[in-house]
Design a protein around this ligand. Structure first.
Ligand code: 2AM
Ligand code: CA
Length: 268
């Protein structure tokens, strides 16, 4: 088995744990701030992935959302680092609303090299390796060639931060509503990025996300011909939390960068 196939097997195992949860899962306690929940399943899936992925590549570092290593360490810039979100879409998971997915990125020398995202409720496995194309299950995927005006846009509301951040999300959402077919909000950033990669969504944005929310999706989207940057169009550094703009081939061919005032939460 290749390393990517072994990571996919680990993601299937994570999905089994998620599917074993009762229909609605009470949260085990809030992390810091508004809407920032963690259930016993987030911890269980992360523990499982830590064991399983350590066996795949014992020399790799491991950064998981639930061990909260937000700060990128210099040692991650060389060699291999797994960046794992055991359950992306935890609020959905708690309410048995969908989707919730497992997201696993393997960074090589500090940049996404392999991305695996699995939705266990629909058995959709998205996977990519740099230079080898992106796939949904066994089929190659490509981002859409439709212009933004003929695309759906998905947004994240960034409910975890100070009020200006979510205000800017809604100002930007309205700006994109006027320039697209309509707006969607799934509750899982990793899933939304896969939807751009597979051609269903033309553009996804969220004013602030952590590395484990977007690292695997970034690899999949880039291999599907799309692009991913910060919301002002600048390159991601793969080290810190960032605003995210994930764009299809068609949307990227036109004007899609939002006005800076809106990013700062100021109406125009
Ligand atoms: P989660 O479900 O793994 O917590 C929803 O707006 C998106 O933001 C989800 O992908 C969610 O991931 C993510 N998210 C949750 N808490 C966050 C935080 N503190 N910082 C950044 N993103 C977060
Ligand atoms: Ca999570």
């Amino acid at each position: 088995m290749t390393i990517k196939e072994e990571i996919m097997q680990a993601a299937y195992g994570a999905g089994e744990i998620m599917r074993s949860a009762p229909p609605a899962v009470d949260y085990a306690g809030s992390k810091t701030g508004h809407a920032n929940y963690v259930t016993e399943y987030d911890s269980r899936v992360q523990e499982y992935l830590l064991q399983r992925l350590s066996a795949v590549l014992p020399e790799a570092n491991f950064v998981g959302e639930e061990n909260g290593k937000e700060v990128f360490r210099e040692e991650y810039a060389k060699g291999y680092t797994f960046v794992v979100d055991p359950i992306d879409g935890t609020s959905n998971f708690m309410k048995a609303y969908r989707p919730s997915v497992t997201s696993i990125a393997l960074l090589k020398d500090g940049k996404p090299w392999i991305g695996v995202i699995y939705n266990p409720y629909t058995d959709q496995m998205f996977h990519a390796q740099a230079g080898c194309g992106a796939y949904e299950n066994d089929s190659r995927i490509f981002s859409s060639e439709a212009p933004l005006s003929d695309s759906l846009v998905s947004m994240g509301t960034a409910p975890y931060y100070e009020e200006e951040v979510s205000r800017s999300a809604f100002l930007l959402g309205h700006w994109y509503l006027l320039r697209s077919i309509d707006i969607r909000r799934s509750g899982s950033a990793a899933w939304d990025i896969c939807m751009v990669a597979a051609g269903h969504i033309g553009l996804f944005f969220e004013p602030r996300l952590c590395l484990w929310d977007f690292a695997a999706g970034a690899c999949i989207l880039q291999e599907a011909g799309g692009s991913i940057t910060a919301m002002d169009g600048t390159e991601l550094n793969w080290r810190t939390s960032s605003s995210i703009l994930a764009v299809s081939r068609g949307a990227a061919a036109g004007d899609y960068l939002p006005p800076r005032e809106l990013m700062a939460g100021k109406p125009i």
